[in-house]
Every structure is written in C-alpha cells, then in structure tokens.
Design a protein around this ligand. Structure first.
Ligand SMILES: [Zn+2]
Ligand SMILES: [Zn+2]
Ligand SMILES: [Zn+2]
Length: 214
C-alpha cells in the first residue's frame, strides 16, 4: 500500500478535479487515483467499495464511504436501467442506512422508488439483492453476497456468527474497530440463517454444482 500520493497536484483525466481519491486496496483492480466525481461515476454499481481520500493538510489517506465523498451520492432503488443516475422524482428524500457487505459495514444513503406502481420497500430491497434485517427494520439490510459468504464460511470452515461479525468489523476499520456501527440484529440474523437453512441458491443467480434447481 502506498502511504503517499505522488499525484496530489495533478489534474484528473476528466480535466476538472484533482487526483485525490482511490479505491481501497481490496476494491477495484488497478483503479487509478482520480477525482471524487470520477470515483463516484465509476462506482455507481460498486457502492460498497471503500474510498481512500488524500488529506492535503495531514498528508495521509483517510478512509470514507462513497456517501461521504459527495452530498448528492445516494443509492437509488428501482431505476437500474436509467442510463444516467438521477433521483426518483416520486420520492422526496433519501434515508440513512447501514448495509453489511463482504467488504464491511457501510453507512450510506438510500432512496426508495416512489413511482406509481412501484413495489413495496421490502420488495425493492430484495430486488436489489439486499436482505432486510426484519420486515420493519429496512434501514439495516445485508447484501445477498455477505449472507452467501457467511453461509459458505460456516459450512466449510465452521466459522461462527460472532467470529464472522468480528472479522467484518475489522475489515471495516482495523484501528478503531470498537467505533464500527453494528446493529444488534446482526447477532440474530447470521445464526438464524444456519438454523432455518435458507437455500444457498436464494443468494445465487446460478445453480450450485450438484444442486440442480427443482
Ligand atoms: Zn475526474
Ligand atoms: Zn472500487
Ligand atoms: Zn421511481
């Protein structure tokens, strides 16, 4: 990992901002240091990658969520086929939410679709492959990817829910780990997955080898 930014005085390829932002080392492969606007544009479909932003005063990289790069950044549900991201006009505002993904626990902003005939909020989350903690607790969803990952870790290596959650907290922040926000529901959801045995194919687009669809 580079501890300095040799490009801090250079203009980004877009010709507008300075090259002060990059994807964390476990994110995009060979993503160049860019400006904030280019980073957000490239991460429209990768909103749970960690951002490293160069602090020109302290001269260190500071980890952020995508939502901290721009006040206008929000995850819009129900409009995935729009060529350009724009907020749904049927909803007045976005809501803060905490999403748990394989990269850690992210605080972000989520805007539901409020268009005529839009599905209810629970279905909108499920369509976006976000699993609500409960029917009423829609602001703390889990990605299908993290549920599948835990399922496999538990199945193959007997990793328990508590240890898995601990690892996710360290992935989020390996220094100030105690400050990572964790919903109390996290300790309920992962063990529940084991006991109710949600079929693994629920979290997969494709059939698992040896487990044909029925
Ligand atoms: Zn740029
Ligand atoms: Zn990335
Ligand atoms: Zn809409």
């Amino acid at each position: 990992m580079d501890y300095h930014n040799p490009h801090e005085n250079e203009i980004c390829n877009c010709g507008v901002g300075k090259r002060l932002v990059k994807c964390r080392y476990d994110g995009c492969f060979q993503y160049p240091i860019s400006c904030s606007a280019c980073f957000i544009k490239c991460h429209r479909h990768l909103p749970f990658h960690w951002v490293l932003e160069w602090d020109t005063t302290k001269r260190i990289w500071i980890q952020r969520n995508c939502s901290q790069l721009s006040d206008s950044f929000e995850i819009q549900l129900g409009h995935v086929y729009d060529t350009e991201p724009k907020p749904c006009t049927g909803t007045s505002s976005s809501i803060p939410f905490i999403v748990t993904h394989t990269t850690g626990i992210h605080v972000s902003r989520l805007r539901f679709c409020g268009c005529l005939n839009a599905p209810d909020r629970f279905d909108q989350l499920m369509d976006a492959k976000l699993f609500p903690a409960t029917v009423s607790e829609i602001s703390s969803p889990f990605t299908f990817a993290v549920l599948k990952d835990f399922h496999m870790q538990n199945f193959q290596s007997k990793c328990g829910a508590f240890d898995y959650l601990l690892a996710l907290r360290h992935l989020t922040d390996n220094v100030f780990t105690a400050k990572v926000p964790v919903s109390s529901l996290l300790t309920v959801i992962f063990p529940a997955l084991i006991h109710i045995r949600i079929p693994i194919r629920l979290f997969s687009e494709y059939p698992v080898y040896g487990m044909p669809y029925s």
